[in-house]
Design a protein around this ligand. Structure first.
Ligand code: NDP
Length: 309
């Protein structure tokens, strides 16, 4: 069997077309575009790329999307002060603080900073208020990556209710909200993590398998029941040739990408899984573009909710 590719890039493009007129209408009525403020602390190369994509997509759709940079040496207090200023600024409907924050800020810095965001502007759905609402199934602003995956499953008419779903990863931003969203749609959900025994065996029970780990090609065919739907969230940059040669046979088009760029983005799911799964999200071009689109949807939603207050 060769898996149907779930084209997140194409769906993201369609969704962006759908929201474009709504953004224009908001701008016309309110005399300003919906506004997104992104906070980037330090110069993590991956974060620079993600933030660049978010700013570009936002601007193209008609949002006001501004980057607020702080240096690597910024303190927690300085970061909190910036978030509090953005909370007060009327032009911003959404605030996103890009993870990870510099290690020097301390282990709990992320939660402290997220919790400082006004919940009505929390377009990443990470404040305690929005996480609590998600648990109670009354959330308005939900973490973008899992929300994008649900959008993809629903638009691709992949049944969720009554299915066995396994989520590998329990982060606040992907794994936990993913599991909750699947549960709310009546899947029977198992969450796995680094301490789960017999991981492959547990994963083989899944009709829907979501891999959000951050380990290149970890999910091999051993993890997948034939016919399962596999969602690959992981984004891993691989730059060593032996690994690339192990993953992709000679002549594979991804080898050419590696030769050109000197590295390759690889998901958590091994390419051989495509022969076993019924449907699979590619990396790149699967979950990533949907994450960005859901950020825009959340910003527009936040903008509408704020002006309605
Ligand atoms: P985290 O590092 O926060 O979480 C990783 C999770 O994987 C943890 O729960 C960890 O378990 C678990 N894990 C690690 N090793 C293993 C293992 N050997 N077996 C089973 N579970 C394991 O990562 P994120 O959730 O933030 O991101 C996960 C991946 O998704 C990353 O590659 C990230 O780049 C990508 N990502 C992609 C996005 C997109 O838009 N495409 C958006 C967000 C993330 P434990 O809790 O026990 O440590």
């Amino acid at each position: 069997m060769s898996a149907r590719l779930l084209d997140g890039q194409a769906l993201a493009a369609r969704m962006q077309q759908e929201i474009r007129p709504q953004v224009a209408e908001f701008t016309r009525r309110r005399g300003r575009p919906p506004g997104l403020a992104i906070v980037l602390v330090g110069q993590d190369p991956a974060s620079e790329v993600y933030v660049g994509h978010k700013l570009k997509a936002g601007t193209e759709i008609g949002f006001r999307a501004d980057l607020n940079r702080l240096p690597e040496t910024a303190t927690l207090d300085e970061t909190l002060a910036l978030v509090q200023r953005l909370n007060r600024e009327e032009v911003y409907d959404g605030i996103l603080v890009q993870s990870p924050l510099p290690k020097s800020m301390g282990a709990g810095a992320g939660i402290t900073v997220f919790d400082a965001i006004d919940p009505s502007k929390d377009v990443d759905g990470l404040t305690a208020v929005n996480v609590g609402k998600l648990v109670q199934n009354r959330a308005a602003l939900i973490s973008c990556t899992p929300a994008g995956i649900i959008e993809l499953l629903e638009r691709e008419r992949i049944p969720i209710a009554g299915q066995r779903a396994v989520v590998i990863g329990r982060s606040d931003i992907v794994g936990k909200p993913m599991a909750l969203l699947l549960l709310q749609r009546d899947a029977t959900v198992t969450i796995c993590h680094s301490k789960t025994p017999n991981l492959a065996e547990v994963c083989r029970e899944a009709d829907i398998l979501v891999a959000a780990v951050g380990r290149a090609a970890m999910v091999t065919t051993d993890f997948v029941k034939p016919g399962a739907v596999v969602i690959d969230v992981g984004v891993n940059r691989v730059s060593d040739r032996p690994t690339v040669e192990l993953l992709y046979p000679k002549g594979h088009r991804r080898r050419a990408v590696f030769e050109k760029n000197g590295s390759l983005l690889v998901g958590d799911v091994h390419p051989a899984v495509a022969e076993l799964a019924s449907a699979l999200t590619p990396v790149p071009g699967g979950v990533g573009p949907l994450t960005i689109t859901m950020l825009m949807m959340n910003t527009l939603r936040a903008a509408h909710a704020r002006v309605a207050r």
